[in-house]
Design a protein around this ligand. Structure first.
Ligand code: KG4
Ligand code: ZN
Length: 340
């Protein structure tokens, strides 16, 4: 039996996972998983404060490691590999988990695997299922909005990225204007269910290829809110119409990508994958035969978690990659340099 301990700390969730597999297994099993969110640290600021987030990771990491190991009924000395998230993310946050994983690999003299966070999100599709490939995957969260083509469990092609805000960030900023808490996406989703999607029209943006842009929709929404004010009478309509514009933009790009690539299996990952309207629109596309299948991992694997980092680490190991201890974290998504 082999074991990897994986750490995720790229934004505001500290997470540790223990995965195990034997030589006949195609995929590992998640035998321990802990996630500590920081919503209570950031909610009064209405957004993630990087300095506070990295300090909270420092406080949360050791308890999270302990919790995952207790659940797995294993010790650090039982681990064969250590993995940590390298990029993209907040530098101070990435440094905490990445450095801890490197330190453990030094102490226990076991290989270290440095993992790209978005590649981790893509691998979350393989944790509970063996998805049909090739497949288009929308990664939509508070930190990212990108569209990928998964050709094989080791081959990902980036088709498009957001040119400005992430869609989750747009949800959160809209929610803040409506006086909802942080993170506001889920609250806006609930409020929108009582409103009309046709009450307002918020600017559609035209961006090239399969890239996204949410800043125009957001500014348009903010102007309308400033002009009309938020009242008990209009807030659910504002929420529903704003959500419709954000989701509509995601769906338009996804549909264009199915046409261009001919790939008609679709998945969504990231926190925004919880959105009711996004799921509804994808189910509609499936029922009218525009796409062949639609899937999303369980919510605990959609949001930032270390199980997906462990899955990506496992796959890198299968492909013969491990990382040098001098590899560094990075805020951007540039393709990682692999060693070994
Ligand atoms: O993946 P995640 O937990 O963390 C990162 O941002 O990486 O995603 C959190 C984001 C937040 O922006 C949150 O508002 C959004 O996902 N979110 C939603 C919903 N649930 C979470 N946005 C829209 N509708 C939801 N139901
Ligand atoms: Zn993420």
């Amino acid at each position: 039996m082999k074991h990897v301990l994986a750490i995720e700390s790229s934004c505001d969730d500290t997470s540790v996972a223990v995965l195990s597999w034997n030589s006949q297994d195609r995929w590992p099993r998640v035998i321990g998983l802990s996630v500590q969110s920081q919503n209570e640290v950031h909610e009064r600021f209405g957004g993630v404060v990087p300095e506070l987030a990295s300090r909270a990771h420092l406080q949360n990491l050791l308890p999270c490691i302990r919790k995952a190991l207790v659940e797995a009924q294993l010790e650090l000395s039982d681990m064969d590999y250590f993995a940590g998230t390298e990029r993209p993310g907040l530098i101070g946050c990435l440094l905490v988990g990445h450095t801890a994983a490197k330190t453990l690999s030094l102490i226990y003299e076991k290989p270290f695997i440095s993992v790209h966070h978005i590649e981790g999100h893509l691998m979350s599709l393989f944790i509970e299922d063996e998805p049909t490939l090739p497949r288009l995957v929308l990664v939509a969260s508070g930190g990212h909005s990108s569209l990928y083509l998964i050709k094989s469990p080791s081959e990902f092609e980036s088709l498009g990225v957001t040119l400005d805000d992430a869609v989750g960030e747009a949800f959160d900023k809209g929610a803040k204007l409506l006086g909802l808490g942080f993170p506001g996406g889920p609250a806006l989703d609930r409020l929108a269910q009582k409103g009309s999607v046709k009450a307002y029209k918020f600017g559609r943006v035209s961006v090239p290829g399969f890239n996204f842009s949410f800043s125009g929709i957001k500014s348009d929404f903010s102007r309308t809110v400033a002009k009309e004010g938020v009242t008990m009478a209009n807030r659910s309509d504002l929420a529903a119409s704003y959500q419709e514009a954000l989701v509509g933009h995601l769906i338009d790009k996804l549909v264009a990508a199915t046409k261009e690539t001919g790939v008609r299996h679709v998945s969504i990952v990231g926190g925004v994958a919880a959105n009711t309207r996004l799921r509804e629109r994808l189910n509609q596309l499936h029922s009218i035969g525009e796409i062949d299948s639609f899937s999303a991992p369980s919510l605990k694997y959609c949001t930032d978690n270390a199980a997906m980092i462990g899955f990506r680490a496992y796959r890198l190991l299968c492909d013969g990659f491990y990382s040098s201890l001098d590899c560094d974290v990075g805020s951007t998504s540039r393709p990682k340099v692999r060693h070994g």
